[in-house]
Design a protein around this ligand. Structure first.
Ligand code: DSN
Length: 442
């Protein structure tokens, strides 16, 4: 990317962009909700479509001068249908600013406040907008949470069906934020239909895997499908809502004017570019490699004696269960790995004894490294580096006293600078990372 104008006009922001470039190049980005967008996607998302107001939908805007944004939005909608292999039986709204407003727009469009909705519990892999009490979704609707199986830590469709029959929700959400296994969207849809509920799939994490043909699709049966566009799909930070045609009017009204004002047409242009890229054969290869890389990473971590939620991964992500070391240690691992330039995020795991800010797991994903061209050998190496840090630092105890936790984290971080293990791993991380170009940077 060429940042010469920023360099001339705003050296402070320019310096931060350059530092972030360096961080993204020299480190191992392993956060499963992230990936690298191409230069073409970044150019479109940074384009002069940024300047245009265009409330409402193509052909019926509240502003003049929408000739080009109408075309770009329609192009994006057409490509979205093509990429996901759906016909006119589905409408797609490409205006949601991101995944959270997309999910909330669906709820307010199709339900009344207080209506019952079923979704997966947050610490079992669900998202904040899947009814967490501190999120608007959980405050405005009556969520009934299902769980993963206590032993296998995977979805138990019989239990979900029984809960649905007992509680009669009006909408059932499948699709998750932190679930490392294949989701049977057809079963989830059938469970919803059995109780007269709307089926909704939030495919934000796995959209790229679905387009790439390595995860079963929620189409052509699921009533409503939401997705962000910036995770495995590698677009700009935005979202889309697919719905069966019968819900078109309500969904469009739910997004605008129900939830949002003017759409971000520059983002929509970027999504259009990303969708074109996602239909190329190279994208399918990338999606296949993402899954192979997750399996290689899982095998590497397991061979180091670490425990993984559900025992492994079928998609782009996995979670290390740190409970064998003790509860609440995810934050220590996130900090220690960050000190070695490996980016992961602390993550609640099923039946976590600790709260979400001090959870007992870390979550890792393979999409960013795969988009740099890394394969199984590199992911095995990355797994060994992660395991070295975990085994060295996960023995640090998290105080039971809530008041003492933040101080314990500060103290822990202060010890990392002089750690020889961190220094060694960081050098190996840099050697591994810098062998591979970064889309959008190099
Ligand atoms: N917060 C995102 C994630 O990291 O999974 C989902 O919105």
């Amino acid at each position: 990317m060429n940042y010469s104008s920023i360099q001339n006009q705003d050296p402070e922001v320019y310096d931060l962009i350059k530092k972030e470039e360096q961080r993204q190049k020299e480190g191992l980005e392993m956060i499963p909700s992230e990936s690298y967008a191409s230069s073409a996607v970044l150019e479109a998302a940074g384009s002069i479509f940024n300047n245009k107001y265009a409330e409402n939908y193509p052909g019926k805007r509240y502003y003049g001068g929408c000739v080009n944004v109408d075309l770009v939005e329609r192009l994006c909608q057409k490509r979205a249908r093509e990429a996901f292999g759906v016909g006119k039986e589905y409408h797609v709204n490409v205006q949601p600013y991101s995944g959270s407003p997309a999910n909330l727009a669906v709820y307010i469009a199709l339900l009344d406040f207080g209506d019952p909705i079923m979704a997966l519990r947050l610490d079992h892999g669900g998202h904040l907008t899947h009814g967490n009490p501190i999120n608007l979704s959980g405050r405005a609707f009556r969520f009934i949470h299902y769980e993963v199986d206590a032993e296998k830590e995977t979805l138990n469709y019989d239990e979900i069906a029984a809960l649905a029959r007992e509680r009669r929700p009006k909408l059932i959400v499948s699709g998750f934020t932190s679930y490392p296994r294949i989701i049977d969207f057809k079963k989830m849809h059938d469970i919803a239909k059995d109780v007269g509920a709307i089926s909704m799939a939030d495919i934000s994490h796995i959209a790229g895997l679905i387009v790439g043909g390595v995860h079963p699709s929620p189409f052509p049966f699921t009533d409503v499908v939401t997705t962000t566009t910036h995770k495995t799909l590698r677009g700009p930070r935005g979202a889309m809502i697919f719905c069966k045609s019968e819900y078109k009017e309500k969904i469009d009204k739910g997004v605008f004017p129900g939830m949002q004002g003017g759409p971000h047409e520059h983002t929509i242009a970027g999504i259009a570019v990303a969708l074109k890229e996602a239909m190329k054969p190279e994208f399918r290869e990338y999606a296949e490699q993402v899954v192979k890389n997750s399996k290689a990473l899982a095998a590497s971590l397991l061979s180091e004696g670490l425990k993984l939620v559900s025992g492994g991964s079928d998609n782009h992500l996995l979670m290390i269960d740190l409970r064998p070391f003790g509860p609440g240690r995810g934050i220590f691992m996130e900090k220690a790995l960050e000190a070695a330039e490996i980016s992961v995020n602390k993550q609640p795991i099923p039946n976590d004894p600790s709260p979400p800010y001090y959870p007992s797991g870390v979550r890792l994903g393979t999409a960013p490294l795969t988009s740099r061209g890394m394969k199984e050998a590199e992911l095995e190496k990355a797994g060994a580096l992660v395991a070295r840090i975990v085994k060295e630092f996960a023995t640090t105890e998290m105080p039971e006293d809530k008041e003492k936790r933040s101080e314990a984290v500060k103290e822990f971080v202060s010890t990392l600078e002089d750690s020889l293990v961190i220094k060694e791993v960081k050098a190996q991380v840099k050697a591994l990372a810098t062998k591979f170009p970064v889309p959008g940077i190099d």
